[in-house]
Design a binder for this molecule. Sequence first.
Ligand code: IVH
Length: 710
Amino acid sequence: MTDFADTPVAELSETQARGELARLATLLAQANAAYHTEDAPEITDAEYDAAKRRNSEIEARFPALKRADSPSEQVGAAPAEGFAKVRHRVRMLSLSNAFDDDDIRDFDRQVRAFLGMSGDNPLAYTAEPKIDGLSLSLRYENGTLIEAATRGDGAEGENVTANARTIEDVPQTLTGAPEVLEVRGEVYMSHDDFARLNESQSEKGGKTFANPRNAAAGSLRQLDSRITAARPLRFFAYSWGELSEPFAETQMQAIERLAALGFSTNPLTRLVTTPDEMLAHYHAIEEMRATLGYDIDGVVYKVDDLALQGRMGFRSTTPRWAIAHKFPAELAWTRLEAIDIQVGRTGALSPVGRLTPVTVGGVVVSNATLHNEDYIAGRDSKGEEIRGGKDIRIGDWVQVYRAGDVIPKVADVDLDKRPDDAAPYVFPDTCPECGSAAIREEGDAVRRCTGGMICPAQAVEKLKHFVSRAAFDIEGLGSKQVEAFYHDETLPIREPADIFTFARRDGEALAKLKNRDGWGEKSATNLFAAIDERRHIPLNRVIFALGIRHVGENSANLLARHYGDWPTFEAAMTEATPEGGAAWEELLSIDGVGETMATSLVTTFHQEAERASIDRLVAELDIAAVEAPQSAGSPVAGKTVVFTGTLEKMTRAEAKARAESLGAKVSGSVSAKTDLVVAGPGAGSKAKKAEELGVEIVDEDGWLELIAGA
Ligand code: IVH
């Protein structure tokens, strides 16, 4: 570091300027990385802007000193040079969560129900701590570590091989491993190491971390692996991805084998066989939590028998055979200083509490959600009490809690400490952003701005959603950039289609953009290339990106798989109306689509302005049809199957999961579009209707024969 950070630009010598440019390049690159990964905010926006300005001023005075990695050439928040992407050969999943004893008993019941097992059959689970770190996948080929990747979005992560190699717990070579072995587990930092790291960081005037998890994430995701090497990271192995041959018969054996290969595995892993035993181990681990020396945030239970795991399979992002039992949330009391109203992409007015900063479970919290106006009033629309009927007022002493990564919430209010002059909060009935009326529909707890496309807040939030990771995920075009472009008079991006019209490189946009502060020829060209690359995009991403209320990532996947391509999807949405008819029935027949979502979809497509905006977008795109997973070679791929009557060899849930994993669509009702009906004993009207329509009918054995070997 130089000592010239405060020297005015006009007084810098050439040598000093060179040092300053180097310092600013590092500072801004780190700030970008921190912003991009959200591991921790490094510097304030104002500091960031000041650093960028100073950099530009020095460059203007000493053009010859401009660095190859000059921050003024970089696009917004994207790191100077990101990590290469790695496509996971086997998806990296997350876990569904349980919060209390009943959830665990339900989980056991559901597992048994799925497998058709009565409560008396023995069924073993592993129970182990849920490590609060970040997951890492290590690929070994012929016993040699060849690649390490973060989870990313589960399908694609970042290549952090050089960094992973610096972790002591990660073996470089293995003896006696399958030819291909992907070991998965958690990277974490111990409490002691975390404290030492923060101490030395603050001595150096470097960045300190909010908690061990952020420190671990920030350390693993360093572009310079020498930095990672200097950080005390550890790794627990608990799972695996691709394997060239079966690895073990049970989860427990797999863990033992990983330990024998040289991995650290968690010593608190136990076999349990009943919900009572699961809960006993949970409480035992909870008791030890404070003395473990590393952060855990719950206990994970997994069906021990790997053959049963295989039968149960996955939902879209979580296995059916495992669950995370989270520890109760952390709490703290603080003052509510103000209530701000944020307007979301669907127009929802969300009250956000501004708090006197307080540490909750190691993280400083200064904002917390207040949910909606009923929550603040302490009564729901039917007059029923919420939180004992206590309303929340500005100036109140409030209890804040956070569980895991979720947004902190205001949980309670202390009426004894209420200031005398605190007045009940009056929730606005107009949109604070555009002034349109904000109304509540019958049965809806949320008040919404009616401004639609004219509301700048809704438009900006829609754009942010559009470029988010599970949607268009355009490199160099994140929330910050779309917001800036939205407000830009010369180069406005007001709706998704504008992103693509704007990026026609032969236009004047490039010329305008590259002369913009913070942009140059290279960064502008890169941005346009990144946008162009996204013109070709899978259907599920497009559906999700539209930001239709109630249509999340999973639902978008379901819809894309059902309709297959854009023209079919669009035609169906245009044709369907909530009044009924074949298209509407078909939409509702998709497992996971209910009336609320269907209405929201259809309303959006029938709303003139919305529809025109969608059409303008689609005209810019080349939307890839979605193929059913693992469908290659499957005899039922793309077929619509209906199960009816009693199945004797497996439960309905298992039959459905299996059919879907083979690329079939499982529907609840028979129509002319049904390809196959699997009818067990007791099949009634559905089998009859299939007969009338001439749809093929098989019994359970016929079905099993059909899919045997698939
Ligand atoms: S198993 C297919 N076991 O928790 C199952 N995950 O909330 C994959 N995690 O993404 C996960 N400790 O990063 C498993 N003992 C443990 C874990 C664990 C921590 C993390 C993991 C996962 C996340 C899901």
